[in-house]
Design a protein around this ligand. Structure first.
Ligand code: FES
Ligand SMILES: [Fe+2]
Length: 389
């Protein structure tokens, strides 16, 4: 197994098998995918007790539901009787109990078995022995994250998430936003190609003309003079991430740089403001501008299939058609995502070839891939596997 991405003086992406072999994906189901913190949505999507949504992560689906105690929990979507899927993948709604459609076993919002028709609690078996299986669930400034399974070496969420921008996040007040729109883009490509694509903006000039109207892509690149001036050659840490290097006069992330929502978030109409964070190696990027926000996440499905989940946020009191126009709100990143999907699928078709050998990354424009791939490889090499199979 490959344990490094260092070549002779440069870094590369991974050999083709990592993107196209079912054996590697099977290994990831043992070692990587269950142990990654993955993005599940926004708290505004399940605002009251009983509100739930169902999300797919690899071969598993989870019911993410708010309890009577207001706690948000994530349950595996599997009945404890004979294994029937309780809810449909993608389903959303509000319930008093989770009821299996097969023989009507019913579970409370806390996952405990409350009723099993044809069986007596205590006399036939103890209901308390058959709660729904639970995944870890965390909230971070309005965003919900889940982890399917973890081993002893796995870090808690607080040690994985990048908290450098928490002060500005607080000013935005993400808990007081709501999802104005969500779109899930199916991608015919391995999830790591989506991850890699999202970790560099080397491709932006050739792929994203709309983004180029408002961003100066060079702001994302490590400066070459700093690279050559660093005697250790450790140029990957020189520059902290610039969230969005806006061109002069740009107010927000939109097709023309103008505000797309007239009801600002907590920071007020602060032109050119941006803050957010990234989670690796499951790629989750959350960004807030002064007038709206967004989250983007990659979800592995199978060897050559992934999902790109994108949510757009506005202030909780903003009204569609009055404060914002949905097409203007989503225009820039919907176009950008469609472009990314097309280019990543094209990469997938290329890396399947036996003649694909990974080539050197640009040290100044693709340095972001190093950390993402290194974190992934570290998990893949881990000996304390926690299988999803
Ligand atoms: S399988 Fe769910 S009640 Fe029988
Ligand atoms: Fe892109």
């Amino acid at each position: 197994m490959r344990s490094t991405i260092e070549g002779p003086g440069y870094f590369t992406s991974l050999p083709g098998d990592y993107y196209a072999s079912d054996e590697i994906f099977a290994l990831e189901l043992d070692r990587v995918i269950p142990r990654m913190w993955m993005f599940a949505g926004h708290i505004s999507q399940i605002p009251q007790p009983g509100a739930f949504m169902v999300r797919q992560f690899g071969p598993e689906t989870l019911i993410i539901i708010r309890g009577d105690d207001n706690e948000v929990r994530a349950f595996f979507n599997v009945c404890r009787h004979r294994g029937t899927q309780l809810c449909d993948p993608g389903e959303r709604g509000e319930v008093k109990r989770i009821v299996c459609p097969y023989h009507r076993w019913s579970y409370g919002l806390d996952g405990k078995l409350r009723n099993a028709p044809g069986a007596r609690n205590g006399a036939d078996f103890d209901f308390e022995d058959f709660p729904l299986a639970q995944a870890e669930c965390q909230q971070f400034h309005g965003a919900l994250f889940v982890r399917l399974s973890s081993g002893e070496r796995d870090k808690p969420f607080s040690e994985v998430v990048d908290t450098r921008n928490e002060a500005t996040l607080r000013r935005v007040d993400p808990e007081r936003t709501k999802v104005a729109h969500e779109r899930v883009y199916p991608i015919d490509a391995n999830w790591k190609l989506v991850l890699e694509n999202n970790l560099e903006c080397h491709h932006c000039a050739s792929t994203h003309p709309e983004l180029g109207v408002v961003c100066n892509f060079r702001g994302w690149f490590v400066d070459r003079d700093e690279v050559t001036a660093n005697p250790e050659g450790d140029h990957f840490e020189i520059q902290e991430a610039v969230l969005f290097p806006f061109k002069k006069g740009v107010k927000t992330l939109s097709l023309d740089g103008e505000w797309v929502c007239q009801r600002p978030l907590g920071v007020g109409f602060h032109e050119g403001f941006s803050t957010g964070y990234v989670l690796l190696p499951s790629f989750v990027a959350v960004a807030y501008l002064a007038d709206h926000g967004m989250a983007q996440a990659v979800i592995p499905v199978s060897t050559e299939k992934s999902l790109l989940l994108h949510q757009w946020y506005v202030h909780e009191d903003a009204v569609e058609g009055v404060d914002y126009d949905l097409n203007q709100l989503i225009g820039l990143f919907d176009a950008t995502n469609v472009e990314d999907v097309a280019i990543v699928e094209r990469v997938q078709r290329g890396v399947r070839s036996h003649h694909y050998v990974p080539g050197p990354h640009s040290p100044t424009r693709e340095d972001g891939l190093k950390q993402g791939l290194a974190t992934y490889l570290e998990m893949l090499d881990a000996s304390d596997a926690v299988s999803l199979r």
